[in-house]
Design a protein around this ligand. Structure first.
Ligand SMILES: [Zn+2]
Length: 297
């Protein structure tokens, strides 16, 4: 009886092996594999037909193409930030957002003093190439006073930064690191030199914006400009440029500059702040505001 049982098991094993061998041959001859996917058996064709070979080559070409185009995604693996979470949505409250580009410079501390006197918070989009020892102190003071710091690239050199996404990332990363080393802050907002929609970045704009947003960064353009870096405007002109359109916006973003040539901006700032406050606005930093971006509004 026991011998009979053993023979039966042996026969079973032989049957399984034979069937498996047949199946392998079947696959080799027909090029068909049956795979289990969930409860549904799925047929996968393994034939080497010309059409299939062509499709495989084409897919491979597309894949390589995409990889080559986006090789910059692998650069600077630590250049990722947590995105801003705006706490103030655009509502009825009148909030003005002052922003200063192209600093820090020797006029920045004067601007910081004025802001402090008027208890106003602002946003500074800083350039790495202008950061001296004095500039480093300004950055620390900005943080202490509750202002927001944003990146404005290291060099502000359009030939360099807008030549490719890689070049922009390299320059941006330099500024990012410098601010981080100076203040300990991982800055997550930025402003494109000449704004997000300019003639210099035309060729790479969409790809660049997509890459910066993929890394968690938010950019801000503006809707009011003091025009304080265009020609040599008077104090009166700077002030009227800010105030003339102010009432068109409940949440204006005002572009000003604190580079070394903007002495008049620093000089007229108390007057500007007073006038804006008289119009019933309060001030806040841009990282609390929903983004405002050219071409998207
Ligand atoms: Zn600038």
């Amino acid at each position: 009886m026991r011998e009979k049982k053993c023979k039966f098991i042996l026969f079973g094993i032989l049957m399984v092996l034979t069937l498996r061998l047949c199946f392998i041959n079947y696959k080799a001859v027909t090029g068909v594999t049956i795979e289990e996917k969930g409860n549904e058996p799925v047929t996968v064709w393994n034939t080497d037909s010309d059409a299939q070979r062509k499709a495989i080559v084409e897919n491979e070409r597309i894949r390589v193409d995409v990889d080559t185009k986006k090789s910059y995604m692998k650069l600077y693996p630590d250049l990722y930030v947590e995105s801003i979470k705006p706490v103030i949505s655009l509502e009825k409250k009148k909030i003005a957002y002052l922003s200063f580009d192209d600093g820090p410079s020797h006029i920045t501390s004067e601007i910081l003093d004025t802001l402090s006197n008027y208890q106003v918070k602002a946003t500074f989009f800083v350039l790495g190439c202008t950061i001296t020892a004095e500039g480093e102190e300004c950055l620390k003071e900005m943080v202490e006073q509750g202002h927001a710091i944003g990146i404005h690239t290291y060099s502000h050199n359009y030939k360099n930064i807008y030549s490719s996404v890689e070049a922009f990332l390299k320059d941006f990363y330099q500024d990012y690191l410098l601010i981080y080393e100076t203040t300990g802050i991982k800055v997550n907002i930025f402003r494109f030199p000449w704004g997000s929609y300019n003639t210099y970045n035309k060729g790479i704009r969409d790809e660049l914006i997509a890459e910066m947003e993929r890394r968690g960064f938010t950019y801000y353009d503006w809707n009011i400009s003091a025009e304080d870096s265009v020609g040599t405007p008077s104090e009166y002109r700077i002030k009227s440029n800010v105030l003339k359109d102010l009432d068109s916006y409940r949440n204006p973003i005002i572009l000003m500059h604190d580079s070394s040539v903007n002495k008049l901006t620093a000089k007229t700032l108390p007057d500007i702040l007073k006038s804006i406050q008289e119009k019933g606005y309060v001030f806040d930093t841009l990282n609390h505001r929903e983004p405002y971006q050219f071409g998207r509004h």
